[in-house]
Write a protein that binds this ligand. Structure first.
Ligand SMILES: [Zn+2]
Length: 439
């Protein structure tokens, strides 16, 4: 905006100077000259403004560029006379082209050297038109052409003083405009960008089927904190409340009282203290689990054993009471924040459901499991039996738990296959994408 004003003021100033000069030269003001020169200057400013943005040259663009320089080719010869016109035409056309190119370089980081050609062609056409007009009608020629009195030998600079000032201004204008824009101060552009970014933002969430309209602000805030994250990841993570503190009372939900098999238990989804899972059966030794879990586990171990490997259950169903004892025990040796990374608070453990199992190839020892052949096999094959490895490596920001290769949970083959096929690493992501929302 500001540089438009600078441009217009500069044109006005040049006209005033030009008028004074003329008045000094021959004692009278040539109004036609002043009007024509002002119009030309403004026209050129507009031209530079329009064309420096058009760095992609389509046929339409190119024709427009040529066409829009034609009027200049017509006006200048009528004002100045023919001989001087040829030189001025070339000079003004090329300096305009260079100004456009400088601006393109600054604002779009692109330069098209064809730009040197378009104004010349346009002006050339205009020049032909104006000379034909002049030759057809000497009257027009006489009325419009300025005849300066020749005063001895004028130096080149003196003879072209007006043009030189005008060109200096064009370059100055280009630089001001370009620098301002490079510094991001172009008001119009900034406004336009702001609007389009806003629209983009709205649209970018709108296109994601699991984005909730009332969470747009939280998405924005989370995206700002995680600029490296894709919009999709931002959305499902916020949907899973990962922009909040784990265990935050405002976000913790109790699972439905009437369900004995909740799908998602995590640091935002807990069972009540007197929660009863579905019926439990013996799965191995003293351990109990749900019937489905037990059946699936037996299929899994049968296939595992056929590979010459063996695993043991180290932990399965746990009541909230037992979990409380366990968690409080850990608190005696580690800080709360540390314990929270490897043990659930009572009510928040998947083991309450009777569908989570801790397994190891060494009976009673989970720490030996990581890196074993058995762990590798389970990691690669658990989904075929309806299990998932629940606390995957590098998912601590989602699950809140360190890598637990030994902790598997039965979710059924529909879900485990879907997660495997879609490369979904956590139940949190799955629930957002396929339970809380439907694609
Ligand atoms: Zn576990």
């Amino acid at each position: 905006m500001i540089y438009y004003l600078i441009g217009i003021l500069a044109v006005a100033a040049i006209q005033v100077i030009s008028a004074i000069k003329q008045y000094e030269n021959n004692g009278k003001l040539n109004k036609i000259h002043i009007v024509a020169a002002s119009a030309s200057s403004i026209y050129l400013v507009a031209m530079i403004e329009v064309f420096h943005r058009k760095t992609e040259y389509t046929i339409g663009n190119m024709l427009a560029m040529i066409f829009l320089f034609v009027p200049m080719g017509i006006v200048i010869p009528l004002v100045y006379g023919r001989i001087r016109t040829i030189q001025i035409n070339v000079l003004i056309a090329e300096i305009t082209a260079i100004a456009i190119m400088i601006l393109s370089k600054i604002t779009a980081h692109k330069v098209n050297f064809l730009m040197l050609l378009f104004p010349l062609i346009g002006w050339g056409c205009g020049f032909l038109i104006s000379t034909s007009i002049a030759s057809v009608s000497p009257e027009i020629r006489r009325r419009f052409i300025i005849r300066k009195k020749k005063k001895g030998h004028l130096s080149l600079i003196h003879r072209y003083e007006w043009e030189i000032v005008m060109m200096a201004f064009m370059i100055l204008f280009s630089m001001t405009s370009g620098l301002e824009r490079a510094a991001g101060k172009d008001f119009n552009q900034t406004l336009k960008n702001a609007i389009s970014t806003n629209e983009k933002k709205e649209n970018k969430y709108e296109d994601i089927y699991y984005a909730d309209v009332d969470k747009y602000k939280r998405y924005d805030a989370y995206a700002k904190l995680h600029p490296e994250m894709s919009t999709e990841d931002v959305v499902w993570r916020v949907d899973a409340n990962l922009d909040q503190e784990f265990y935050d009372d405002d976000y913790v939900e109790y699972v439905d009282e009437n369900t004995d098999k909740p799908l998602l238990i995590n640091k935002f989804h807990r069972v009540s203290d007197d929660y009863e899972p579905e019926e439990l059966v013996t799965i191995e030794g003293k351990y109990v689990a749900t019937q489905e879990t037990t059946d699936a586990y037996q299929r899994l171990t049968r296939d595992l054993q056929s590979q010459g490997m063996k695993i043991y259950i180290v932990s399965s169903y746990r009541s909230t009471k037992y979990q409380k004892k366990l968690y409080n025990g850990y608190l005696k040796k580690d800080s709360k924040s540390k314990v929270d990374t490897y043990s659930s608070r009572p009510g928040y453990s998947e083991h309450h459901t009777g569908r989570a199992l801790d397994i190891s190839q060494v009976s009673g020892n989970l720490d030996m499991f990581e890196g074993s052949d058995e762990a590798k096999w389970v990691y690669e094959n658990a989904y075929k039996y309806g299990f998932i490895v629940r606390y995957m490596e590098d998912q601590i920001d989602v699950t809140g738990y360190i890598f637990e290769p030994w902790h598997i949970v039965y979710v059924g083959t529909d879900i485990s296959y879907k997660m495997h096929d879609e490369n979904i690493k956590t139940l949190e992501e799955y629930v957002v994408k396929y339970v809380d929302h439907t694609p």
